[in-house]
Design a binder for this molecule. Structure first.
Ligand code: AFD
Ligand code: MN
Ligand code: MN
Length: 424
């Protein structure tokens, strides 16, 4: 549907001179001893995994308004990520959700992804919905369930998810548990924690030696009184008890209002236990809104901790993934906006003069420290992001190009107005 020549034609119309103007930045970067080429390369190298479940309309418990042309097979999902990646050259990975995305033919799926320059990031298990072949119900939990038989089934499911991932070249399993309670007295907190730990130990033992186990946390929903893994501390405690291959996954929407997420990111990196992200944004809860659309300064501060952490800690390679649910926007447009927000926050964080910041902190120069950060945040880095994508053959304006090529209508004519994606 999209090839580099078509994108080149689009770019030529957008920018006949083929020269993106970032003179104002060049001088500033040089002043700060930053090499423009290196900054552009770093921005270009950042690849953000697209969640397979977010390529369709997510819906809420109050309804779902599909817009048609949605991918209803794994092949179609991979093709959609291929379109995004052709446009922004920054979505070179997909995160699958099992059993929604079980390949029928691993080699065919790998060839399809490979042909689109896409790799498989973390695979996600699902013990929050009863599966067709489920002998038991996950209604009262899974890895923490009081009934050993249910726990065994949930453990087996996670091992199967790892096996699917191994076939596809994935190197990480993300475990998010819906386990918890909605009423006091429903279960014993310590017993539920211990059962969860022991279940995770069995899953951990099944991990290949080059895999990661990413343990996600969430303070509420679908349970509303307690969750078995409610916060970063519990996730970190489990990851520490399990071993070096286990770490914490930070989903930006999984914090109570006003939580200082950048501090959590800093501490997890200090402990070499930050495994990766599910990027989104929220106003009130796990709203799964477009990352950077509500709190762009928070996203920038998170990236400042990431840039420092990647330079100063031994934290392992991160999994950069989006996790959002689109109800009002075209999912593909939302994902293009998400990736752009992430790249802009990262580019701004690269511009911060961390040496000067350290000096300000050593003198308790509060205003000085704040202005160093805000000066970078207030810099328009879009030309750098555009250049990093343009050099790799992407579109100068991915969202504009998506509309210019009328992709949604092409998908609707190909797949029909009623095609619905599986998943959340
Ligand atoms: C829901 C959960 C959690 C999980 C995702 C995919 O809140 O974020 O990572 O589904 O399973 O959003
Ligand atoms: Mn998530
Ligand atoms: Mn979530």
């Amino acid at each position: 549907m999209l090839d580099q020549n078509k994108i080149k034609t689009f770019n030529k119309e957008q920018l006949p001179s083929h020269k993106i103007n970032f003179d104002h930045l060049e001088e500033r970067l040089t002043q700060k001893g930053l090499d423009l080429e290196a900054v552009v390369d770093q921005i270009g190298a950042l690849q953000i995994a697209v969640p397979s479940w977010a390529l369709g309309t997510g819906g809420t418990r109050f309804g779902r308004f599909s817009l048609g042309g949605e991918p209803s097979t794994l092949e179609e999902k991979i093709k959609d990520v291929g379109i995004l990646h052709a446009l922004n050259q920054s979505s070179g990975a997909i995160s699958l959700h099992i059993p929604w995305d079980i390949p029928k033919d691993y080699n065919a799926i790998k060839d399809l992804a490979n042909g689109l320059d896409i790799v498989f990031d973390a695979v996600n298990s699902n013990t929050f919905q009863d599966q067709a072949e489920s002998l038991h119900s996950y209604k009262f939990g899974s890895l923490s369930h009081i009934d050993k038989a249910v726990r065994k089934e949930a453990i087996l499911h996670n091992k199967e998810v790892i096996n699917h991932g191994i076939e596809l070249g994935s190197k990480a399993l993300t475990v998010w548990l819906a386990d918890g309670t909605s009423f006091s007295g429903q279960h014993d907190f310590r017993g539920a924690f211990q059962r969860t730990l022991e279940s995770l130990e069995e899953i951990y033992d099944h991990l290949p030696s080059d895999w990661k186990l990413l343990i996600e946390y969430k303070p509420y929903e679908p349970n509303f009184y307690s969750m078995v893994i409610p916060d970063w501390g519990t996730s970190h405690l489990l990851a520490s008890k399990l071993g070096d291959q286990a770490s914490t996954l930070v989903d930006l929407g999984h914090h109570l209002p006003n939580t200082n997420i950048e501090q959590i990111v800093a501490l997890l990196m200090h402990l070499n236990k930050l495994g990766g992200f599910h990027f989104n944004d929220s106003k009130y809860g796990d709203d799964d809104l477009t990352v950077g659309s509500i709190k762009p300064y928070q996203l920038f501060l998170i990236f400042c901790e990431l840039v420092k952490g990647m330079r100063e800690t031994a934290n392992p390679e991160l999994s950069w993934m989006i996790d959002a649910s689109h109800n009002l926007k075209d999912p593909m447009e939302d994902l293009l906006q998400s990736v752009e927000s992430i790249k802009i926050a990262f580019a701004k964080a690269l511009l911060v003069d961390y040496d000067r910041l350290k000096v300000a902190q050593s003198k308790n120069d509060v205003a000085g420290g704040q202005s160093i950060l805000q000066e970078a945040f207030r810099t328009d880095v879009r030309p750098l992001v555009k250049e990093s994508i343009y050099r790799k053959g992407g579109a100068l304006d991915a969202l504009e190009a998506y509309r210019y090529f009328d992709i949604r209508n092409k998908l609707i004519s190909e797949r029909g107005r009623d095609s619905k994606s599986t998943g959340l």
